[in-house]
Write a protein that binds this ligand. Structure first.
Ligand SMILES: [Zn+2]
Length: 460
């Protein structure tokens, strides 16, 4: 397949003159990595035998090879690195290849200055502060090695969030579309390589803010709504929990590696070094989700434990927030809840679940009124705290609509079980496991009660 192969471009009805391939492997072909590795395997062996790199209890790593990306590692700043560079140059010349000097950068700690030379005919290499390795910006200066990468994570997240909100305003169910785009396109790009980094708390908090922004857009709830509803109803796992899941999955793979003695040796040394921030963090997270060690643990066991831990964290967050007492807990978390779609009914339901329908108790309502107590009850001489539960299940002013829409019947049935009012509300909002069709009917009933309450407030 590599013999006498060529390519022609079709333009209209005509074909261009053929172009013959004389070098390189085919982009996207499954054989390409293997062919490339065979071609380059000699170089790896030579560099490894030079032992110029860092020592991991007997294993000296002088080079990292990944596809066409080559990293040389030297203990000595100038001498060892120049030796490695000369070896690479000699190998390339023998194999009739050329090192792309303009794409080569040196990351050096310690004193500035120095000259690194690939060959006599090429300009010498300059020391750089930031280099991209496998798509990740690494910086040699300052305490934070991945500062540039963190800034990029945030800008990527913002760009995705704006694109998603822009491109899903028209067309199909925008809730489902936005949620899928976030989970399948944005999250993999934002969290790329996060398992091998220590991400600062500030970055996590910023990403979390952007994710809740998308979650509220998916659910069509106001910006003031709790971020907890983004986890439970939009099915978006908190950013911090995603990072824990990825890091522990990576640690599990490293710990339980059977083949590759070199990698095994390196991993053993890194995982014993508790002064390494990544190791310290990974060990702390291992214990946090309930493992003593990940040795002998399967990938599935890790993800199950992380998910259980994440759910329990969110459950306590929901319990802490008084306004979310009515938020029902879905059967399966971290998936878009079935009652969420682009309809006005699902919007109503989401707003009731978030306890944020705009009554005027959190901020002035659309009539401009702000109240802590129900204004309709006050007129009748009783003081009642104003919230969604009061309007839906208690307020006598909307009793007629409540009876007409079947909410009263539900309430009476549930009161027979001696359930507190919060639990009844939670059941009505889906906690009783009602199917999506029933939930849509209930959303319609909720909207009627709400409209009736607002109509009377506007007349009062
Ligand atoms: Zn009332």
């Amino acid at each position: 397949m590599y013999y006498n192969d060529c390519v022609q471009v079709r333009l209209g009805n005509g074909l261009s003159a053929p172009l013959w391939f004389t070098k390189g492997v085919k982009q996207g072909c499954v054989l390409s990595p293997l062919l490339f590795a065979l071609y380059l395997s000699g170089l790896g062996r030579v560099l490894h035998s030079m032992k110029e790199g860092v020592n991991f209890s007997g294993v000296v790593v002088s080079a990292l090879l990944f596809a066409d990306d080559l990293v040389l590692i030297s203990r000595t700043r100038i001498r060892g690195m120049n030796k490695l560079l000369r070896t690479v140059h000699r190998f390339c010349t023998n194999m009739r290849m050329k090192l792309a000097v303009e794409k080569t950068v040196i990351l050096s700690s310690g004193p500035t200055g120095g000259r690194w030379v690939v060959s006599g005919d090429e300009p010498s290499l300059e020391a750089s502060l930031i280099a991209k390795y496998l798509g990740v910006d690494l910086s040699i200066k300052g305490r934070n090695l991945v500062k540039a990468r963190e800034a990029r994570m945030i800008s990527t997240a913002r760009a995705y969030a704006h694109t998603i909100m822009g491109c899903t305003r028209t067309g199909l169910d925008r809730s489902a579309t936005a949620q899928r785009l976030w989970e399948c396109c944005a999250i993999p790009a934002i969290l790329y390589a996060v398992e091998a980094m220590v991400v600062s708390k500030a970055t996590v908090a910023e990403l979390e803010k952007i994710q809740s922004f998308v979650a509220r857009f998916v659910l069509q709830v106001p910006r003031s709504s709790s971020k907890a509803i983004g986890y439970t109803d939009a099915g978006m796992m908190p950013i911090e929990h995603r990072i824990v899941a990825r890091s522990l999955g990576y640690l599990q793979a490293l710990t339980n590696r059977k083949k590759d003695p070199i990698l095994k040796g390196v991993v053993a040394v890194v995982l014993e070094d508790m002064s390494d921030p990544w190791t310290a963090q990974a060990q702390a997270w291992t214990r946090m989700v309930g493992f003593a060690t990940l040795a002998g643990v399967t990938k599935a066991q890790v993800s199950t434990k992380v998910e259980l831990w994440s759910i329990s964290q969110i459950q306590s967050l929901v319990k802490e927030q008084r306004s979310l007492v009515a938020l029902s807990e879905p059967d399966r978390w971290f998936s878009l809840q079935p009652h969420v779609n682009d309809s006005p009914n699902s919007r109503t339901l989401n707003r009731f679940r978030a306890a944020d329908v705009g009554l005027g108790n959190r901020r002035p309502n659309f009539l401009g009124g702000a109240y802590k107590e129900c204004p309709l009850c006050l007129m009748g001489g009783t003081v009642s705290r104003l919230d969604e539960i009061h309007v839906v299940l208690e307020c006598p002013a909307v009793g007629f609509t409540r009876r007409a829409k079947g909410i009263e019947a539900y309430l009476v049935g549930q009161l027979g079980n001696r359930n507190p009012i919060e639990l009844i509300m939670r059941g009505y909002l889906g906690g009783d496991g009602a199917d999506p069709k029933t939930m849509m009917a209930r959303a319609g009933a909720l909207q009627c009660v709400l409209n009736d309450w607002f109509r009377q407030v506007s007349l009062a």
